[in-house]
Design a protein around this ligand. Structure first.
Ligand code: ZN
Ligand code: ZN
Length: 352
């Protein structure tokens, strides 16, 4: 056998260190990476920086928090949702559960596609009388008349205790929600009903996650009123860290926008906002003015990293690991540049 030179010893030692690292850090990263992930990715919206994603009216976001993967709404169109999820490398067959905010088409247009890749996923949806997500009622809801012959009576006069009504997607695993509930530790749904003309009696679910910094709230369209949703959320935790999603001020007058923006900032002391969807262009401008740096850009493809200082990472930078600040990004880019370096690639080859 040829005697080993110091170079061979050096690379053997390096290889052992690398193998050791892989053995000790890989399993931890596999679990830790997911459970440590705390971010919201905007999968559906009508504004954003140019990318391979398709802009369209509607809303959908993937929330990754505490090891859970939650799809919030499905956008306007299944093909577009599929394209956008693919562009972000997001596998919609791997979800812990789905939250449907309300019954409007620009939020549920992708349900059929979702079910085609994930047929039994649990879907929390607002409970409404004879609603599209299905419904049930106790049979005591209708008046009885025992003087009638049985063939003139519903169910021959022997109704089931609970009468169930079909959903637009038969076989889907809908969990109907009509009140505020905690669906997983620290993960809440806020259920409110709209009293606004045009959406009267529409029930909407908002997602509220209790984080170390306060509540992170994701709203679909805020038909019951964004300030009412935030007010309801303060009963879970008075500290509101971030509100993301559609605030539904798309056609509102300046005075109304001003009143709501001020209430969010001064009354509810919302720390950060990440407005999208039906918030409206003048409201984007008003929030930017009122919240300054605490107004996070949330166009299509953006990833919002959660934590003490949430950040907005735009679609164009999506291949760069999340949670990096400008300094990190600079050294990351420098490192990427270096990988073409002769010395660096030689080392890498020997380490294999
Ligand atoms: Zn809506
Ligand atoms: Zn909407």
């Amino acid at each position: 056998m040829k005697p080993k030179s110091w170079v061979d010893y050096f690379f053997a030692a390096l290889a052992m260190v690398l193998v050791g690292c892989a053995a000790t850090t890989s399993p931890a990263q596999a679990v830790g990476a997911d459970s440590a992930k705390a971010q919201i990715t905007i999968l559906y919206d009508a504004f954003g920086k140019s990318s391979s994603m398709q802009k369209d009216w509607g809303y959908a976001a993937l929330i990754e928090y505490g090891g859970k993967r939650i799809l919030f709404d499905t956008g306007n169109n299944g093909d577009t949702l599929a394209q956008n999820a693919k562009a972000k490398g997001i596998d919609l067959s791997k979800l812990d559960f789905v939250v449907m905010s309300h019954r409007h088409g620009d939020h549920m247009g992708g349900v059929a596609y979702l079910l085609s890749v994930n047929p039994r996923v649990k879907i929390y949806a607002p409970k409404e009388g004879f609603g599209v997500y299905g419904a049930d009622l106790p049979s005591t809801f209708y008046r009885k008349d025992e003087s009638l012959p049985s063939e003139q009576r519903y169910y021959d006069g022997k109704p089931p205790e609970v009468m169930r009504f079909g959903a637009a997607w038969p076989g889907a695993n809908f969990q109907l929600v009509d009140k505020n509930i905690e669906i997983a530790p620290g993960i809440h749904l806020i259920a409110l009903v709209s009293d606004k003309p045009g959406t009267l009696e529409l029930r909407e679910l908002s997602l509220a996650i209790n984080t170390a910094e306060g509540l992170v709230i994701i709203v679909g369209c805020s038909h019951p009123g964004i300030e009412k949703i935030v007010e309801a959320a303060t009963k879970i935790n008075p500290r509101i860290h971030l509100v993301a999603g559609g605030f539904h001020l798309v056609a509102s007058k300046d005075e109304e926008i001003e009143k709501i923006v001020t209430a969010l900032r001064d009354t509810y002391k919302v720390a950060y906002v990440a407005p999208g969807h039906c918030t409206g262009e003048p409201t984007f401008a008003a929030l930017k003015k009122a919240f300054g740096e605490r107004n996070l850009y949330a166009g299509l493809g953006t990833t919002l990293t959660l934590g003490a200082t949430p950040r907005s990472i735009a679609e164009a930078a999506r291949n760069i690991p999340a949670a990096m600040d400008e300094d990190d990004l600079q050294s990351y880019r420098a490192l990427l540049g270096k990988s073409d370096d002769h010395e660096y690639s030689l080392l890498a080859r020997r380490a294999d």
